[in-house]
Design a protein around this ligand. Sequence first.
Ligand SMILES: C[S@@+](CC[C@H](N)C(=O)[O-])C[C@H]1O[C@@H](n2cnc3c(N)ncnc32)[C@H](O)[C@@H]1O
Length: 651
Amino acid sequence: MLESDGNQSLSVGKNVATIRRRRGLTLDGLSELSSVSRASISALENGADNPRVQTLWNLADALGVNFGTLIGDSQGERVLDDDGASVQLIDRQTSPKIVEAYLLELPAGIVRNARPHVSGVHEHVVVLTGELLTGPSDGPSLLTPGQSISFAADVPHIYSAGRTNTRAIVTVVYPRLDDASWPDQELNWPRSKTDWESVVSLVERASIEVQNGLGINVKAFRHLGQVSSEKAEEELREKIATIPSNPAVRRFIITQNAPGILSLYRTPHMTSLPSADGSVKGDLTSRCLKLAHYATARPGTYDLDLIHRTVSETSSLTESALAAEILTRNGTPTVPLGVGRVEHSWETGDTDAERLFEARIDVDAYEAYELVHPAYARQTLALACYLPVKDGLKILDVGTGPGLPLAMLRELRPDMHALAVDPSQVAVQHLTRRFSEDPAVEIRQASITELERSNNGFEAAVSIGASHHLDTSAFLAAIREQMKHGGRVLIADEMVSGFSSREEREAALIRHHLWYILDTLVEIPKGAHKGDVQLAQRLAQVLPGAIGMAYSDRSKAARRTIRDLFEEVMAIERPMQPSHPLAVFSRFHLLELQALIAGFDYEVEQKTSPLRFKALARMNGFEITNHHRIYATDGDGFNDAGTHLLVMEAV
Ligand SMILES: C[S@@+](CC[C@H](N)C(=O)[O-])C[C@H]1O[C@@H](n2cnc3c(N)ncnc32)[C@H](O)[C@@H]1O
């Protein structure tokens, strides 16, 4: 425990709480990662408990920070356990590597078994007095005063005092993140017209390799001389804008370490929507289907002016969102109707008690900005096409959230009734407001897994973006329970490419989420609030590099970059309401980052692949009758990542 007055343990508790929230972790999430009980973390955060050394190490490792950061970086801070063992921070350096030196004191006979630190951490131990058995647990060495040992501490290790009190200096060296030194080619900064021509020709050649299978190429520039890195970035941006575009390759300027050009394969694999089989009728639906068709058609085959007018002239959320998506895809980021103001402020921490939507995602921002998410309206339209045609149809909507897709469904199927089910209190508040004048929508605050079965069972159920918020199999079983035999279930959700290890899952999540962001990056004009300008700039500067890392087997570095960026941009002061219409896109990007980071912990966000989803659906009594990959993010395969629609029958 901390050898201190209550103030010090309070400050360690505050550090833990602050870092945990900045990392976007709930109490449950940190408890799982650290193996420290939820109650202990809660008591520690409230200053009601003095933590033990091992508890603090476990928490530091789980939070991805070093021990010194957790205890407040102040030299001389001493953590003392009940049995007399203590650790005291003596010195700390942060550059070029983080190095921390501690004085470890163990009374005679006391043993400490330490869990592995994060990968790449090394320890050096020098014994001052007494005897210490230390090193990796499966092969420790016995040291006497003046003797030392160095070992990789990313495995279980041990410190065991001999027959007398023991003192030792333990130096912990954290690995340096060489995040950006991964170019395929290093070039000198171009000085002449001919130099630039050769750079352009190299980038064009790289595009063919990227397009035909390599997937990624990075060219970095060195020897900038008098040219500042900002100027270099600007010049590179201008030059690559002049290279003919290739629809299968996206080029970005990267800025970490050295300026460079990143070329990435962008899969064009988007399937067109089902044609309306008579299930949806009406002018609005036909107009929407036409727009949805343009969204996947070749640019230049439709009238952009007309589509531009549609965004503002229509009174339909669905039509406006579909039209805006086409314009955004054609290089003019456009905000549809219904993208609003954030009406409430979201308080992190209040919702730690449960694994709810609002514990990890800002639900108010979600309802205000999610409409600019690529394919958000198209998935709903596709789903409407498959709803059974029947007067007075009543559907079950699972995980309705703040209700934007249900509002779109009501536009497309005004004859339909719905039972909206969602356990989130904030979501239900939005729903109650949105549908206060719509008697066709009944709202129930509940988990689908706890919903009582309706008498006859439903003929149709829908769920948009919700299946990955709970145990996939339990979600499917609970819906099956609510269905009539032969009933139709329509699931639209984001899924990732197949994975079989945590590492692969993280890389898949990064590639999936970041494409939604990279496809909608914006530049905010200088006149807007500087926080909004800076936010958009930082996202555009850092995220291309991060996705590049995820495409080149460097997902750990990518994850770290993303977490750090998230912390950095969340600290940027910006107005509550976006100061420019385009700033809405960056607000949506923050939501996407929140979802991605929640996905790292796999706690509230639990995405799977389409193939696995279909297997689990069959296991739970469904037959898959249709499958559409509505928006492709990562991978060329039909069962790769993106927004998917699955049409299933309860059998
Ligand atoms: C990403 S939101 C999607 C909301 C909405 N359908 C949309 O597309 O905008 C996921 C929703 O699933 C809800 N959810 C999570 N667990 C659930 C459960 N056990 N039963 C029903 N809904 C759940 C969350 O509360 C959240 O509102």
